[in-house]
Design a protein around this ligand. Structure first.
Ligand code: FES
Length: 121
């Protein structure tokens, strides 16, 4: 099982293939925002990679990164568009705590949505 290191939270074993956003919530216990429910529409699920960032990116992540001005921040990635297929270390930069939101967002599905079309960043 891949190892997920979340700075300030700990180190966790994660089922291979699990969406990173759901692993942050389920395994790491992070109040990670995911306002659009994991559809690559909001970018509130963003995390900062310290190591282990995937080489590939979904076309949906690539598109929203351009729209939201994240194209020049390669270490900032959308956790709803990443599956845990390797060891990763991330910093939490977008959580419910400290916001006025009533919740973190609808639970993202188990599979990447929209259906993943993998590209190079
Ligand atoms: S972009 Fe909205 S939850 Fe990932």
């Amino acid at each position: 099982m891949p190892k997920l290191i979340v700075d300030g939270f700990g180190t966790f074993e994660v089922p291979a293939g699990k969406r990173l956003v759901n692993a942050l919530v389920d395994e790491a216990g992070v109040d990670q925002l995911h306002a659009c429910g994991g559809f690559a529409k909001c970018t509130t699920c963003r995390v900062q990679f310290v190591s282990g960032a995937p080489d590939e990116m979904t076309a949906a992540e690539k598109e929203i990164r351009m729209i939201k001005g994240l194209a020049d921040a390669p270490d900032i990635r959308l956790s709803c568009q990443i599956v845990c297929d390797r060891d990763m270390r991330v910093k939490i930069i977008s959580r419910l705590t400290g916001t006025a939101r009533k919740d973190a967002g609808a639970r993202p599905a188990d599979a990447v949505e929209p259906p993943a079309v993998w590209t190079k960043p």
